[in-house]
Design a protein around this ligand. Structure first.
Ligand code: FMN
Ligand code: FE2
Ligand code: FE2
Length: 395
């Protein structure tokens, strides 16, 4: 297995998980990578992060392309989540001379994950000299967990920010410019929407903290997906700037589920009404489409229009399941509107309205409900309701 040179003295030695299709509850059709980096000084070599446990043999084989793993002097645990720290005990067994460091909270996390395993704490005041190469650390609580930390090598102008700026993208290429910026930025957005959306404030703070250090950065090497070089990272920061401040476009997501097609027919008329106002619209049947894709479109959308027929006085579970996903992600600064077909007493629309209100959607548009199969007049009314939403998001 080959290692890839990332910057002066730094090598990618991670693993490619081509077949991962679900990452803690959402779809990852393009797989992912668990990135780990060797930083080689004149006196010492550090391994920054390990990999998910089943991928340790791949990690060790890539390290062996550069050096004997037994000669590694230092292991840095930037984050204790098992996709990066799961392989730590097996890697420590292969690197018996390595000192292991993590953030203060990471030290506790390593012990909790690995039966009391004791490692050393490092913080913002620590510098580890590898001989001609140094490593510095910045604790980054909640980017992605309380223990998360960024590592930096000044001499190679390389930042290793772990989960920040990552993408779930398996590839034989290691650099964003080589897979193409369009694909890399698209997957950056899917990742932000489905993982980092509720953490916008800590992520924005992390970016400020890095700026405040004055660190010179040419290469940003995250723990998932491809590596950003030079001006590419400017485009990443531009996108993160929009997402962490909830900037939206004239764009609406219409999502629904249906039993017999009435709610779907309403969705189509509503989406057409929104589009008739010149507003970008995306329409998804939640039984057919990956929640990751719906949420990615929602990231910069100004409104979510959610529909369900009534089943036993309530909403369909696909809609409820999607609301559960959004309750975690807490999209902010968006308009919400609800529609659905019912047969007698109804109930779904009221339930959805309550849950969207609790999430924080602005629910200023009256819901649109309709009994059994929509007539031509009902569809025209749904279209007009869609136009109303289109006008509201243009305001
Ligand atoms: C199993 C089942 C349970 C239902 N329960 C209710 C209910 O409790 N209250 C109600 O108003 N309608 C109820 N309905 C009627 C549906 O809401 C109605 O048929 C609606 O038009 C279905 O919309 P759809 O074509 O989008 O699935 C139920 C329908 C089914 C199939
Ligand atoms: Fe994580
Ligand atoms: Fe991760």
């Amino acid at each position: 297995m080959h290692a890839v040179s990332v910057s002066d003295g730094i090598f990618w030695v991670g693993a490619v998980d081509w077949n991962l299709r679900d990452f803690h509850g959402y779809e990852t059709p393009r797989g992912t990578t668990y990135n780990a980096y060797l930083v080689r000084g004149e006196k010492m070599t550090a391994l920054v992060d390990t990999v998910k446990a089943p991928f340790v043999p791949e990690l060790l084989a890539r390290i062996a392309d550069v050096m004997d793993p037994a000669e590694i002097d230092l292991i840095v645990v930037n984050h204790v989540e098992p996709d990066h720290n799961g392989g730590l005990p097996a890697v420590m067994a292969a690197c018996p001379n390595a000192r292991v460091v993590a953030s203060g909270s990471g030290v506790k996390g390593v012990a909790e994950y690995h039966d009391g395993l004791v490692v050393e704490a490092v913080g913002a005041d620590d510098v580890i000299d590898l001989g001609g190469k140094t490593l510095r650390f910045l604790p980054m609580p909640m980017v992605h967990w309380p223990d998360s930390m960024f590592s930096y090598c000044a001499e190679s102008r390389t930042l290793m920010p772990n989960d920040a700026f990552g993408q779930h993208l398996a590839s034989s290429e290691r650099f964003a410019g080589d897979v193409g910026m369009d694909l890399a930025l698209e997957e950056l957005g899917v990742y932000y929407a489905n993982i980092l959306m509720p953490l916008g404030k800590p992520v924005a703070k992390a970016i400020e903290k890095v700026h405040a250090t004055g660190w010179e950065i040419d290469v940003v090497a995250p723990s998932h997906g491809v590596i950003w070089r030079g001006a590419e990272f400017g485009r990443v920061l531009e996108a993160y700037g929009r997402w962490t401040t909830n900037v939206t476009a004239e764009k609406v997501v219409v999502a629904y589920a249906t039993m017999w097609g009435s709610t779907k027919a309403l969705a189509e008329s509503i989406a057409d009404g929104i589009a008739a106002e010149g507003v970008e619209v995306h329409e998804f049947d939640l039984s057919e489409t990956a929640i990751a894709q719906v949420t990615h479109e929602l990231l910069e959308a100004r409104a979510l229009v959610l529909g369900s027929p009534t089943l036993h006085h309530g909403m369909l579970y696909k809609v409820s399941g999607y609301l559960t996903w959004l309750e975690g992600l807490k999209p902010a600064g968006k308009l919400g509107a609800v529609f659905g077909s019912y047969g007698w007493g109804g109930g779904a629309v009221k339930q959805i309205t309550g849950r969207m209100t609790d999430i924080g959607f602005e629910m200023s548009v009256e819901p649109y409900t309709e009994k059994f199969r929509p007539t031509a007049e009902d569809l025209a009314a749904a279209h007009a309701w869609g136009r109303e939403i289109g006008k509201a998001v243009k305001g």
